[in-house]
Design a protein around this ligand. Structure first.
Ligand code: 5AD
Ligand code: FES
Length: 344
């Protein structure tokens, strides 16, 4: 390694904000490669070679929120909406179970037509019949609801903080506030959920300083999982003309997050795979250890249109995990055969 300063930063145990901004700002090709190399080493040391698959079911694209970046926002009248029934969701869980995937992620927009009881019954039925680990990703819901779902057997909750910069947060969210979001994350953790948060990279006006704060927020929340996904514009949203995220900045953010967060589960996102060909494999080589095959059935899957050009939406959902398993093995990694619970 030519740059002794870089070497000493990469090998630190603890990182302050200056270190993080320094790593994010690297541009020299060799230095960036060194960063990726170190992230891969840290991933191997703390998480091993297993890549955990999480089968995701996007069961409703109705959303009461109006986030400027998101194609599901309530003001988007151009999007055909759908809600899956309990039987449809359970039939999809069965496919995930058969594929030997040990986690189901139940995701939707903020759709309160699915009541506390509906979700609790669903959780109990999945646990009883399939014994899968269950991750919920339903947006901001009530604290009572979270507690009941935890008691019903849900294991994890994903709620990205999206941006740790209060001003930016308020600019891109119509109703929500960052303080409120953090309260939810703290509560979820306090009742025993394994919690995931994370940001969107490439939001308009976002700086490396903001991304450093995003990573540090995940650290201070003791996130079990953390997701850093690239912004991709969505038609019919106020941010439709904003450029998509820079690929290298996305990969650097994932790498720095791995180096700083050490044993957190970090997904290589579908958005990264949509941003560049082979993106998910690349993400796995710069620190990620999780991928989320999309099991949302047809005809719904094409309408969970958070952004344009999402990969795999025209594929047979059952082919997706086979294809991902092949990709994982082709880069010398193993498909996890455990629940892939938190490493904390
Ligand atoms: N580009 C990338 N990611 C997005 N998300 C929402 N809209 C976009 C977009 N345009 C992410 C948010 C949300 C997750 C489900 O999708 O981070 O939490
Ligand atoms: Fe649905 Fe933001 S628009 S969560």
């Amino acid at each position: 390694m030519k740059n002794p300063n870089l070497n000493s930063v990469l090998n630190k145990e603890e990182f302050d904000k200056r270190d993080i901004i320094y790593m994010l700002s690297l541009t020299d090709k060799n230095e960036v490669e060194n960063l990726y190399y170190r992230a891969n080493e840290v991933r191997k040391e703390f998480c091993g070679d297993d890549v955990h698959l999480r089968g995701i079911i996007e069961f409703s694209n109705y959303c009461e929120q109006d986030c400027l970046y998101c194609g599901l926002r309530i003001s988007n009248d151009a999007l055909p909406r759908y809600r899956m029934t309990k039987d449809e969701i359970l039939a999809t869980v069965e496919h995930i179970h058969k594929a030997k995937i040990f986690t189901v992620v139940l995701q939707s927009g903020e759709d309160f037509s699915y009541t506390k009881e509906f979700i609790s019954d669903l959780i109990r039925e999945i646990k009883l019949n399939y014994g899968l680990a269950i991750t919920l990703s339903l947006g901001e819901r009530g604290f009572e609801e979270y507690l009941e779902w935890k008691n019903a057997g849900a294991d994890r909750y994903l709620l990205k903080h999206e941006s740790a910069n209060k001003k930016l947060y308020s600019a891109i969210h119509n109703k929500q506030s960052l303080d409120e979001r953090i309260k939810h994350l703290v509560y979820l953790k306090s009742i025993g959920f394994q919690v995931g948060s994370g940001n969107i990279i490439g939001l308009p006006g976002q700086t490396p300083d903001d991304i450093a704060d995003d990573i540090l927020l995940c650290k201070s929340l003791i996130n079990d999982m953390a997701s850093f996904s690239p912004f991709i514009p969505s038609n019919d949203t106020p941010l439709c003309n904003v450029s998509k995220a820079d690929v290298q900045l996305t990969l650097k953010t994932m790498a720095v997050a791995r180096i700083v967060l050490k044993d957190a589960h970090i997904p290589s996102t579908t958005a990264l795979g949509s941003l560049i060909e082979g993106g998910r494999e690349k993400g796995l080589e710069v620190g990620a250890n999780v991928v989320m095959p999309n099991y949302t059935p047809n005809p719904y899957r094409q309408n969970y249109k958070i952004y344009e050009g999402k990969i795999c939406v025209t594929d047979d959902p059952l082919a997706c995990s086979g294809c991902l398993k092949f990709k994982i093995e082709s880069i010398g990694r193993k498909v996890g055969e455990s629940f892939g619970h938190s490493l904390k």
